[in-house]
Write a protein that binds this ligand. Structure first.
Ligand code: PLP
Length: 395
């Protein structure tokens, strides 16, 4: 045990040396727009609460009501006695939002990807090891699910349908079951996968298309339905634009039944608690009426990208509410984030291994709670941060 401890410490020391050590900051958040760290209030540009629903009265009210009526916990996994009658109504709403025959609620987005992919790729069930074509920048939870299934992914270049086509064509004679895995909006880049091309390729090559719609659900697409059109199975989370917690899978009834039987993270985990279900249910009811908020967020991000470009900043291929400022080295991202913090803005630096080496960034995320004035202040702060940084050569 003592020997292991010292190895962990050596590992941590190496991370610190490389400026890659991650630490937790205690945050007091009392508003969707700001957060309080060590007594200092910052405008929060680092969250995923894109529609600012976390503090919405309807979500809080239904969470409270359902806690009072059903208790604070569900008491068991859904296959035991945790399948409260609340689930069916929410699953119907999710299936309708995603235009799929069925939906299944899960504990979290990470657990959903980890468990669902493992179950779907089961060799014994499929009759052979599957061929899984995956975008290189897919979220860690998707890799985790593939690893758990013992699948070696065939990675295609990021958001590159032509490369995917080439790989699918190369494997065309191979009769093994095929799957394509992608995010719709990429969490660290804020760019969008070429969904309709990928969906056509999936059909042409008889591949099952699985889309993680985490960063699109609620905030993008008509009525906030996301960007998963053409997918066979959609995974998403309620923890981002829906302002709460938990996740869903939207799919056929057959796949739903299969997951109820084979998805370990569903079978062996306690059902979501009633207050969380209440918040999710209320958020789903609000979604169709939030077009103005969605447009406001899109406009803020668009204006930010335009101005950032004129400042010579690299925002990659972002076209959504997530806008990275790609700084390059981990040091440069840390430095930029620290300068923004001094100016009163919280924007987290994202470093390897979350993103590729040499692409460390500050990830800016816009929400419905941000004002145009705050956008302008952020841009002013960036102007102030870049000039001194350029002089010292750190950004
Ligand atoms: C693309 C993507 N999928 C899944 C998850 C995990 O979702 P959750 O936070 O509900 O575990 C996240 C975010 O953390 C994500 O960005």
């Amino acid at each position: 045990m003592a020997g292991s401890e010292s190895r962990y410490q050596t590992f941590l020391d190496a991370l610190e040396q490389d400026r890659l050590l991650r630490t937790l900051s205690d945050v007091a958040a009392r508003h969707a727009r700001t957060l309080d760290v060590a007594g200092q209030v910052y405008v929060n540009f680092a969250g995923n609460d894109y529609l600012a629903l976390r503090f919405h009265g309807a979500l809080i009210g239904r969470a409270r009501d359902w806690a009072q009526a059903y208790g604070t916990g569900s008491g068991a996994s859904r296959l035991v006695t945790g399948n409260l009658d609340l689930f069916a109504q929410i699953e119907t709403k999710v299936a309708t939002l995603k235009n799929k025959p069925g939906a299944l609620l899960m504990a979290s987005g990470f657990q959903a990807n980890a468990g669902v992919l493992q179950a779907l790729f089961e060799k014994r069930v499929l009759g052979d090891a599957p061929l899984v074509f995956a975008d290189r920048l897919n979220h860690a939870s998707m890799h985790f699910g593939c690893q758990a299934a013992g699948v070696r992914q065939i990675r295609y270049r990021h958001a590159d349908a032509a490369h995917l086509d080439k790989l699918l064509t190369q494997y065309r004679p191979d009769g093994r079951p095929k799957f394509i895995l992608t995010e719709s909006v990429f969490s660290m880049d804020g760019d969008v996968a070429p969904m309709s091309e990928i969906a056509s390729l999936a059909r042409a090559h008889d591949a099952m298309l699985i889309v993680d719609d985490a960063h699109a659900t609620g905030i993008l697409g008509p009525g906030g339905c996301g960007l998963s059109e053409g997918a066979d199975l959609i995974v998403g989370t309620f923890s981002k634009a829906l302002g709460s917690f938990g996740a869903y899978v939207a799919c056929s009834e057959t796949v739903r039944d299969y997951l109820i039987n084979r998805c370990s993270s569903f079978v062996y985990s306690t059902a979501l608690p009633p207050p969380v279900l209440g918040a999710v249910d209320a958020a789903l009811d609000l979604l169709p009426n939030l077009d103005e908020d969605r447009a406001h967020v899109a406009n803020l991000a668009l204006a930010f990208r335009d101005e950032a470009a004129s400042l010579g900043l690299d925002t990659g291929a972002s076209s959504t509410q997530i806008v990275p400022i790609i700084a390059g080295a981990a040091d440069a991202a840390l430095d930029l984030s620290a300068r923004l913090r001094q100016a009163g803005f919280w924007a987290t630096p994202i470093r390897p291994p979350t993103i590729r080496e040499g692409t460390a960034r500050v990830r800016i995320a816009f929400t419905a709670a941000h004002t145009v004035r705050e956008l302008e202040n952020l841009l002013d702060a960036l102007r102030g941060a870049i000039v001194p940084a350029a002089k010292t050569g750190t950004a």
